[in-house]
Design a protein around this ligand. Structure first.
Ligand SMILES: [Zn+2]
Ligand SMILES: [Zn+2]
Length: 450
């Protein structure tokens, strides 16, 4: 067989690496391990030792996404533990959870985008990155606090609860699956150590995940039984599911005084996972395949047990009469945070659609909408208006018109605007982007915009 590096030869990178190997012909990675210059190549990713050489070729599509396997194993682990949450998910629910698991990585998906699936607690050289003062979490691969795996996880989890309450079960499972995806990404060391796909470290990232796919699925692709492969991992997670850590998930980050924010439950969970993932930096960048395999096995188990705990929390948060879950038959006022502005005098009622979006409609049938020119209006729905939103949280409520993650509904000096996200924000979030709260009571001494 050809060595993994053979193709580099064509580009003149590694002229001495055209070897034959007695290894299994079906494994790129096993060929790579036995390449005589493997150690030299691995050092190329090392921040202290390395210099850029070539990108390895990894066959990403040899196996299904590991995200599918993680969801499948998390559901199986709940069943193996006979946890009551296992009853919550019907066969159809489980099928949707698994089917949607990799969707946020697909090109063109509303949550796909360069750097958005990173939750970086360290730089590639191991130096520690700061927590964001408002979100209480780390920034994404672009150095921005949102959208990040934390803010998307928070928003999708809340949306999933609201959708389930609204009877939109399929949409609810799609949102929950996206929340699980973000949690699994945070557990993956390259995603918490700034080893971005588009950077110098992209090849080390791909090598780690490609190896993870080999280890997770562990069978010839043509004979793969996803459920049987996942079951082996579910058994590993039994007894390790941190149910208690996932209590009070809806207790989000809130401002306490001045510019101080109190960190919510999810940022704390995500930060701990990102920090423990970052301690595997050497296993990702280094040349020792045994260390790498140990790291992958450990992180996959952490990922599955945490995702199982999130699924169990979903069940528990739904069971309790939880006022934090947004409801359809309930009046809400959309209030600008920290100012007296309220969007409308008459309350809004939420209407969730099958695609997981939500409309804000008054009793008179007027809807919150955005014109083609970015003006926010309250009017009878018409063809020129976008009236469907997605709920975001970064860390307070944010509305995304039409689910476009780059456009936010913002309140600026008493006006409502649909604005483009200010990218690469450092330090404090641009507060006018995050200033909404849905309140249950008509606010006192309010100034109404509509
Ligand atoms: Zn991802
Ligand atoms: Zn990745």
């Amino acid at each position: 067989m050809r060595c993994l590096w053979y193709d580099c030869n064509a580009r003149g990178c590694i002229p001495f690496c055209n070897i034959s190997s007695p290894m299994k012909a079906d494994s790129w990675i096993s060929a790579w391990q036995f390449c005589p210059i493997f150690n030299h190549q691995a050092d190329a990713f090392h921040p202290q030792k390395g210099r850029r050489t070539v990108l390895a070729k990894f066959d990403k599509h040899r196996y299904p996404s590991v995200h599918r396997g993680i969801v499948c194993a998390a559901l199986q682990a709940l069943r193996l533990e006979a946890h009551p949450a296992a009853q919550r998910f019907s066969e159809q629910d489980a099928a949707i959870l698994i089917e949607e698991a990799a969707a946020p990585d697909h090109i063109g998906d509303r949550q796909q985008g360069r750097g958005l699936h990173y939750y970086n607690s360290v730089k590639p050289d191991g130096s520690v990155l700061p927590l964001h003062p408002a979100t209480g979490g780390y920034c994404n691969g672009k150095g921005a606090p949102a959208p990040s795996p934390l803010t998307v996880l928070d928003a999708e989890y809340r949306t999933a609860l609201a959708l389930r309450r609204a009877g939109k079960d399929d949409a609810s499972m799609r949102s929950l699956s996206r929340a699980v995806h973000m949690l699994a990404d945070i557990c993956c060391p390259p995603h918490s150590s700034s080893l971005t796909y588009f950077s110098f470290y992209g090849a080390a990232h791909k090598r780690y995940e490609s190896r993870a796919a080999d280890i997770f699925w562990d069978s010839p692709p043509e004979q793969l039984d996803e459920s049987a492969a996942s079951m082996k991992w579910a058994e590993q997670a039994v007894g390790k599911i941190p149910y208690q850590t996932y209590v009070n998930l809806l207790c989000g980050s809130v401002p306490v005084s001045g510019k101080e924010w109190q960190t919510g439950t999810l940022p704390k969970i995500c930060n701990t996972l990102a920090q423990s993932g970052a301690s595997h930096l050497e296993a990702v960048l280094g040349s020792d395949e045994t260390v790498r395999e140990q790291s992958i096995r450990a992180r996959l188990t952490v990922s599955i047990s945490n995702c199982a705990a999130l699924l169990a929390a979903f069940d528990r948060d739904l069971t309790e009469d939880n006022p934090a879950i947004l409801r359809e038959q309930h009046p809400y006022w959309l209030k600008s945070f920290n100012t007296a502005f309220v969007v409308s005098r008459s309350p809004f009622y939420l209407h969730f659609a099958e695609d997981g979006t939500v409309a804000f409609v008054t009793q008179e049938g007027k809807a919150l909408g955005i014109s083609r020119f970015g003006r926010v209006l309250l009017t009878l729905p018409n063809a020129d208006l976008h009236t469907q939103f997605r709920i975001g949280r970064e860390p307070l409520l944010t509305l995304y018109p039409d689910g476009d993650q780059d456009k936010l509904l913002a309140h600026i000096r008493g006006q409502l605007h649909c604005i483009r996200r200010v990218s690469n924000l450092q330090g404090n979030l641009f507060l006018s982007q995050v200033s909404f709260a849905l309140v249950n009571q008509p606010p006192d001494s309010a100034r109404f915009l509509f």
